[in-house]
Design a protein around this ligand. Structure first.
Ligand code: ADP
Length: 492
């Protein structure tokens, strides 16, 4: 099967979040399953040509792609995805992509990704390479399905190409003024109130993608149901309900080489589910680098997060006093909204013996916290997939999470399952988005930690034995692609 994947981020070249990790990993595993894969990404000026050995694609040469009525010169560079022979094509248009950051609030943000989407299609034309599936990701590439079905419908090359749209976070939709219709050369008659391009008077890229892709996916099964409801659908739940039979949740895998306590080069001591002793030494190493005194028997609760409203730290703030009265120590890493940075900074200075907060981004510290903490807190309001809870499970660091999205799919509450007679629980979770529910779950975790060591070990081991590799997720994408192809080509 020939698969083209278009994305505004691909690790390790350009990354702001989980999307980059997905597109950096999935193609390698698709290749192992026998797919012929090409990946497309904008060439941002932050991407280092020499480091990644980017080569100019002479066979493609200069393409002139019209956006907002002006033909823009576009060139293409190429390299392999590190550690594989998957070809990655970089769409080079300095005017749009040399801005020092991946996303902007500039007035031509729409033009940047209209150009990228058209460039993906036109590169495929120059290569005369018709993918069986063109896999688009998030709003930045969500116009590709309508472009293929309308603007480029004249080209027989794509008549058998199916499109798949993956939604990594429905809160970001690509919403632009009506003038975008002309900039993209979409047919003006498609833009009307309630029409396929329109949402609240604006052009909505994600809506167009949802309505025109053969299949749609999200990054966890629970999130795929949640976005069908007004509570988490961000205004697109009605549109998604029209396509709910073509919507599927596939949990992201994790990089099991980077996040493996038995080999993690950021850790002073390695450990595994068989040799757990090393975990305590990591706890000591972590705390020795903070204001908190190491005590074997006092649990450390870790937090590593963007401090965005989505992540639920308002619930933490609501019960901060009660949480501080509990017998636990806190190591917190993150950055984002000032209200949360301020909260954690002030807790750290008022109670330095109990709370240590590092405001900023630090990958090494993230690894040390995963290894050194006993528990890990993620009280998210919503979480399309979430990676940290999966890292925590692998590191024997028991997650305490709100039961939403990917957190609900990966963290099984110990008490809920043991009540049903099953000893498969690997963490603690709560439903209500309240400080009280969060506090109660932390309380339950502490109770098991202090009073039932054997159960605690069992919970840790259950987590450490979970399989979150890309192998099984990639196989599910392959099935999704097959469904998309069947829809595009019809029976026979
Ligand atoms: P999201 O993509 O919504 O931020 P995820 O849990 O899917 O949430 O992924 C977050 C990733 O970013 C994880 O790999 C996490 O370790 C990392 N991360 C988040 N904040 C920080 C930070 N301050 N320092 C280091 N790593 C961080």
């Amino acid at each position: 099967m020939k698969v083209a994947i278009a994305s505004s981020e691909v690790a390790p070249f350009a990354k702001t979040g989980g999307l980059a990790d997905v597109v950096g990993a999935l193609p390698k595993f698709l290749k192992e399953l026998g797919c012929d894969v090409k990946v497309f990404v904008p060439r941002y000026n932050s991407i280092d040509d020499t480091r990644y050995d980017l080569h100019y694609e002479h066979t493609i040469g200069e393409m002139l792609i019209r956006v907002a009525g002006i033909p823009r010169p576009v060139h293409v560079l190429r390299t392999d995805l590190p550690g594989s022979s998957v070809q990655v094509y970089f769409v080079d248009c300095p005017q749009y992509f040399h801005r020092g950051r991946l996303y902007t609030a500039d007035p031509d943000e729409d033009e940047r990704f209209i150009l990228f989407s058209k460039a993906v299609i036109e590169t495929l034309q120059r290569l005369q390479w018709a993918p069986d599936v063109l896999h688009c990701n998030d709003w930045q590439t969500a116009l590709i399905p309508i472009f293929l079905k309308d603007n480029y419908n004249w080209d027989k090359l794509f008549h058998r190409t199916a499109t798949v749209l993956s939604i990594h976070n429905i809160a970001y939709q690509g919403s632009f003024p009506p003038s975008t219709v002309a900039k993209a050369e979409l047919r003006p008659e498609l833009f009307y109130s309630g029409g396929p391009l329109e949402m609240h008077g604006f052009v909505n890229f994600l809506k167009a993608g949802i309505l025109h892709a053969e299949m749609i996916s999200t990054v966890s099964e629970t999130y795929s149901y949640e976005i069908l409801s007004p509570l988490l659908g961000e205004g697109l739940d009605g549109v998604l309900r029209l396509r709910q039979h073509d919507l599927q949740g596939i949990l992201n895998g994790i990089d099991t080489e980077e996040w493996n306590p038995a080999t993690d080069h950021h850790l002073p001591i390695h450990y595994s589910s068989k040799t757990m002793k090393g975990k305590m030494q990591n706890k000591k190493f972590l705390l020795d680098n903070t204001t908190i005194q190491f005590k074997e028997d006092i649990p450390v609760i870790g937090i590593v997060s963007r401090f965005a409203g989505q992540k639920g730290f308002d619930l933490f703030a609501d019960v901060a006093i009660e949480l501080m009265q509990m017998n636990a120590q806190w190591v917190i890493l993150g950055s984002g909204e000032e209200r949360f940075e301020g909260l954690f900074r002030s807790l750290g200075s008022a109670m330095a013996h109990k709370v240590w907060a590092y405001i900023g981004f630090n990958n090494e510290l993230a690894h040390l916290i995963e290894a050194g903490a006993d528990m890990f807190l993620m009280p998210s309001h919503y979480e399309p997939c979430g990676l940290n809870q999966m890292y925590s499970l692998r590191y024997g660091t028991v997650p305490i999470v709100r039961k939403t999205g990917g957190l609900a799919d990966t963290v099984l509450d110990w008490h809920e399952y043991s009540y049903r007679g099953l000893d498969i629980g690997n963490g603690f979770s709560f439903n209500d988005a309240t400080g009280y529910a969060l506090q109660a779950s932390v309380g339950r975790a502490l109770d098991v930690f202090f009073n039932d060591k054997a159960t605690w070990k069992k919970i840790q081991r259950n987590g450490m034995n979970s399989d979150f590799s890309w192998k099984s997720s990639a196989a599910k994408y392959l099935l999704l692609y097959e469904r998309a192809i069947m829809k595009r080509r019809g029976p026979g």
